[in-house]
Design a protein around this ligand. Sequence first.
Ligand code: SF4
Length: 397
Amino acid sequence: MSADTTLMPIPGPVDPVPVPRAATSRADGKVELIGLPREGIRAALEAAGLEPKQAKLRAKQIWHWVYNRGVGHFAAMTDIAKVQHPWLSERFAITRPDVVEAQVSSDGTRKWLLRTHDGHDFEMVFIPDADRGTLCVSSQVGCTLNCRFCHTGTMKLVRNLEPAEIVGQVMLARDALGEWPSSPDGRMLTNIVMMGMGEPLYNFDNVKQALKIVMDGDGLGLSKRRITLSTSGVVPMMERAGEEIGVNLAVSLHAVTKEIRDEIVPLNRKYGIEELLSACAAYPGANNARRITFEYVMLKDKNDSDADARELVRLLRHYKLPAKVNLIPFNPWPGAPYECSTEERIKAFSNIVFEAGISARVRTPRGRDIDAACGQLKTAAERKRRSQMDEQGARAA
Ligand code: SF4
């Protein structure tokens, strides 16, 4: 990560948090078309000098090529006059994030370390299952929230990802999986979780703009029922997320007492468990057919007792939440402050919740051979870069 990480507090009525400066514009001065709504593409073409009618037609054609065919350059757009291709490519870009590293695990999990056009690294993971394939998408480079079990939480927030960089992750995954032209049948990539690096509700506008494009039926076409937004509990933004984006909700709960959740998810000091669960109960569109997922990382002797499991059941019942619980065996990294609960403990915890009539699936750890826990690949790549620099320095000396 480069050192230009100056944070500035943004005063705001909703939720003042430290955020970084905005992304820099592209070095080549071109306008990135990925991530713009259709209307935005049309407006950009018109601002560059196209007649309004032509801008509208070209926007429609470009949208089709980009989101249905996965085309990454204007020369391939055969229904646009050849003479116009250079004019377009001098002014506009259709780019994906750069791939710094791509890994495939023995269990089929794929992980990418990606880089923004201004040189910041972030991660994306694809998890194939028998009946679905889930892409875990990042919303920020780094994170402000410092959840203690999370490796990304040890990194500083550098900046929010732009809509282009969020949509670009989905497009890049489609490229890698060979899933163009876009068609809903037989896809490997069927689901998206906004659960990668960052807190999506601290990058609300960009996440919303990006997901609208991902959900557009005349393009990437993923149904809102197959998209899940995961939050650590940014209570003031949850209702808006339900109303304006409308995707499924997952909440990183991870503890059932104030003391422990304050430690594991420090945001709890600002928005406590009661406030969070009330906001979940009011989440637009949640019902028994579209349950809210409660993520619960299993930490040895921290949050994994029978009493914790019973309290979890009590809370979910008390707030009448249409809930399913996802128990996540902790995936430690070097220097992590916790250990994973034992298998027996996880099973006992799961049984208590399950016997109360609430689904409590234990998530199978995936991609352990490729550092697939969030943030690990980025750190591993930085370590490698540093040691290469050390070697070069030693050779030069
Ligand atoms: S769990 Fe999510 S919100 Fe918490 S530090 Fe990690 S990336 Fe940030």
